[in-house]
Design a protein around this ligand. Structure first.
Ligand code: PLP
Length: 407
């Protein structure tokens, strides 16, 4: 019965162009990567789908720090943080992260998690008590949606970035505790949350703001400290989540918030308490990542990334103007997430597969990850891409757009 039911669900997924499959990499995360060819060998792909925005995932200094951390602390932590899995490397990482966020969050303390998914579950389940309302942007990441499901709080959703609608919801609420919950940079659209307006609303309605900056940390801000630094905002009302497997190139995540909030998470957040601490070696590697992000090399990598974003956008705009019948739409994004909205699931998948035929990997993102009818190619850029890589993507897309129009 179970297997028949699942087989039927699989057949329906296939019919709707929604089947997902994995690719197996044979080499490190990089724009040019060898992946399994399905026949026991490997082939090289140029990819535009990793979140390794600064190209640190395979940076020699970060890899060395990981190895050094493993020699010093071993491969695994052996237990949860509250038992005996918490190490000096974890402490040093948290201290450095707290220092980064302190200008934006007075009395900030930071807490390291194994993943961003777990950090989001932890924050929303620990703070979202029964007398709380969570006000969530409709395009929030799945992990925030799941965190809201785990919370005992009331959940309201407001239209994407619509502060007027949010203001009405806040005014109508008589909850004791109000938490506004938003991505910092939206993961499927690349646009930035209107955090200055959200902060003004939070102050007016005595609410708090949970910001998930998975795609802003390391990328945005003068020193790469994220969306709050970028927008020059400061308030103790911010509960900031940064992830460390994307721009920081390693793994894990952190929550930075007023020390009283973080102490509460340590004591009650089940996704923090009931899991084995991440390997201390990861924390050791992250200390090196952070030094790179905030130093001269980070500046250069962010400048390189900005140049690539400009090159890609200019190329896509030309392409869109030259092939209006293709019906592709470039989203309004200033970040390394550059979606090209195609519409139908089958079309997005066909485009992604055609690029694959050219040796280029761009993910087709389909519902339920994005709303129905907005299937897209989600192009992500890294500081490790060169101008020639981007030109090659634009050439392939140009040829496909011409075919698309003719069809
Ligand atoms: C990737 C992502 C997460 C999850 O972080 P992981 O460390 O990969 O678990 C959370 N929020 C957003 C917006 C993300 O893009």
């Amino acid at each position: 019965m179970l297997l028949e039911r699942l087989e039927q669900a699989a057949a329906e997924r296939t019919a709707r162009g929604l089947t997902r499959r994995r690719r197996t990499a044979h080499t490190a995360c990089a724009p040019h990567q060898a992946v399994s060819d399905g026949q026991g060998g490997a082939r090289s792909l140029l990819s535009f789908c990793s979140n390794d925005y600064l190209g640190l995932a395979n940076h020699p200094a970060v890899v060395d720090a990981f190895a050094e951390g493993a020699r010093r602390y071993g491969a695994g932590s052996g237990a949860s943080h509250l038992v005996n899995g918490h190490s000096l490397a974890h402490n040093q990482l948290e201290a450095e992260l707290a220092r980064w966020l302190a200008p934006c969050i007075p009395e900030a303390r930071a807490l390291y998690f194994c993943t961003g998914y777990m950090a989001n579950l932890a924050v929303l389940s620990a703070l979202g008590t029964a007398d709380t309302t969570l006000f969530c942007d409709k395009l929030n990441h799945a992990s925030l949606i799941d965190g809201a499901l785990l919370a005992r709080a009331d959940v309201r959703r407001y239209p994407h970035r619509n502060t007027a609608a949010l203001a009405r919801q806040l005014a109508a609420s008589d909850s004791l505790l109000k938490l506004i919950v938003t991505d910092g940079v939206f993961s499927m659209d690349g646009d930035i949350a209107p955090l200055a307006e959200l902060l003004a609303l939070a102050e007016h309605h005595d609410a708090w703001i949970v910001v998930d900056d998975a795609h802003g940390f390391g990328v945005l801000g003068e020193r790469g400290h994220g969306v709050l630094e970028h927008l020059r905002l400061a308030s103790e009302r911010f509960i900031y989540i940064g992830t460390l497997g994307k721009a920081a190139g390693v793994a894990g995540a952190f929550v930075a918030a007023h020390t009283t909030i973080v102490e509460h998470l340590v004591n009650v957040a089940r996704p923090y308490i009931y899991t084995t601490a991440a390997p201390p070696a990861a924390a050791q590697a992250l200390l090196t990542s952070l030094a790179l992000i905030t130093g001269e090399e980070g500046h250069q990598r962010r400048a390189q990334l900005a140049q690539s974003i400009a090159q890609l956008r200019a190329g896509l705009q030309t392409l869109q103007a030259g092939h209006p019948q293709a019906g592709w739409q470039l989203a309004d994004s200033a970040t390394p997430i550059q979606p090209l909205i195609v519409g139908g699931n089958a079309a997005a998948l066909a485009l992604s597969e055609a690029l694959d035929g050219d040796g280029i990997r761009v993910a087709a993102i389909r519902p339920p990850t994005v709303p129905e009818g907005t299937a897209r190619l989600r192009i992500t850029l890294s500081a490790a891409h060169g101008a020639a890589d981007i030109a090659r993507l634009l050439d392939s897309l140009g040829a496909l757009a011409a075919q698309w129009e003719a069809a």
